[in-house]
Design a protein around this ligand. Structure first.
Ligand code: GLN
Length: 392
């Protein structure tokens, strides 16, 4: 057979998505790939039913329906305290995934260096390879997931084109402080580089932490490319609606990349989600309260069982430390991936092996998410309790 590209030999399929497939195969409780098990708000569902008959069913404007761009520009403009031009500073994409890929392809030449914090959301690795960029990893050091700003400066000094900041951060739940973001932003301006932010968990932040928008910091709009999504905010991960916001020269170029990659996001879904964007601030408050309850319930359960874990400041992920299991004779030589496969088969619970997020050879964490009903989370906790008993 003719050879396929070398490029695709350099990365694997997504371990996150693979764990969901294995979980489904064994009928396990799936706390691996993060997505909610509850419905989007009723307003959105009602509107979706109407749109089925009213349309649109044909292509929208390639870079996003006018009314959706206006609604998102208004919401995010309010959040960052600056008007966002719906015609030149935003492009609607097929999910946050395309937003990031489109951004990378827009700003990177082959060989350009892009800094990525480790642990990182695994897509960034493939995004870098597919856009020809070389990722430079900056450690976020557990347990606080602090980073050394000097390493960031060194990266920029060495010519890095951009730094990717996932805030709130998947998988470690870190919420970057305003000071941290200012420090990164100041360096990006000094070295004339971009900050690419992934802010899909902007509304899943737990008190006392608050979300700071990089693009809203003084002087940062022209240096920030914000990748975002409606998936988590409106519990519609299957709709694949995301967007990129940034300075108009970048967005005008991103529109071209997006057009040739996908032509556009699903037109009827762009229309239906407007009902969500019309919900008031109360909606976001309730969403946050719902996830705060889930987080507290799940973390309390982990504590009761005696499993060590980080305390997520944002997102719906928690990293559980499995070192004490890996130290047992029956798990000698196990990788965290093998442990996760063992868990699915023997405990009935799916997690993501931590190693798929770390650049460093870290083999002691699994990532669980808590975007599930308390009933399901309770069952998951029972599985984990059984797991501790199996090995004790
Ligand atoms: N962000 C989610 C996760 O990390 C899922 C994203 C995806 O699979 N597209 O699990």
């Amino acid at each position: 057979m003719p050879r396929i590209s070398d490029r695709v030999q350099t990365f694997t399929d997504s371990v996150i998505r693979r764990m969901t497939r294995i979980s489904d195969e064994y009928g396990a409780i799936n706390l691996s790939q993060g997505f909610p098990d509850f419905d989007p708000p009723k307003e959105i569902l009602d509107r979706l039913a109407q749109v089925a008959y009213e349309g649109p069913h044909q292509y929208s404007v390639t870079f996003g329906a006018q009314n959706l761009r206006e609604a998102i520009a208004q919401k995010q403009g309010r959040a960052i305290g600056r008007r966002i031009d719906p015609d030149h500073e935003i492009v609607i994409t097929c999910g946050g995934t395309e937003a990031m890929m489109c951004t990378m392809m827009t700003i990177c030449n082959p060989g350009d260096q892009v800094m990525v914090f480790s642990p990182f959301y695994e897509n960034y690795g493939a995004d870098a390879i597919l856009s020809g960029a070389e990722p430079i990893f900056i450690p976020l050091v557990p347990p606080e997931y602090h980073f050394d700003i000097h390493l960031v400066e060194q990266g920029f000094q060495a010519g890095a084109k951009a730094i990717i900041v996932c805030n709130p951060s998947n998988p470690c739940g870190k919420v970057f402080t305003r000071e941290e973001l200012m420090a990164i932003g100041t360096l990006a301006v000094k070295y004339d580089a971009y900050v690419v932010t992934d802010e899909v968990y902007e509304h899943l932040v737990y008190a006392p932490y608050t979300h700071t928008y990089m693009s809203g910091l003084p002087g940062m709009f022209d240096h920030t490319i914000t990748c975002n999504s409606l998936s988590k905010t409106f519990s519609i991960t299957g709709w694949r609606l995301g967007y990129v916001i940034g300075p108009s020269p970048v967005i005008e170029a991103a529109k071209k990349v997006h057009d040739f990659l996908t032509v556009g996001a699903a037109a009827p879904l762009q229309e239906a989600i407007l009902a969500g964007l019309m919900l008031g601030d109360e909606y976001y408050k309730e969403l946050q309260e719902t996830y705060t309850r889930k987080r507290d319930f799940f973390l309390k359960g982990l504590d009761r069982i005696g499993l060590k874990h980080n305390i997520p400041q944002g997102t719906y992920f928690v990293l559980v430390d499995i070192q004490e299991f890996l130290d047992l004779p029956q798990f000698q030589g196990y990788s965290d991936l093998e442990f996760c496969e063992w868990m699915i088969r023997n405990v009935g619970l799916a997690a993501v092996p931590g190693s798929s997020f770390f650049r460093e050879p870290v083999n002691r964490y699994i990532r669980l998410h808590f975007a599930r009903s308390e009933e399901v989370l309770g069952e998951a906790l029972l599985c984990l309790e059984r797991m501790t008993e199996i090995v004790s």
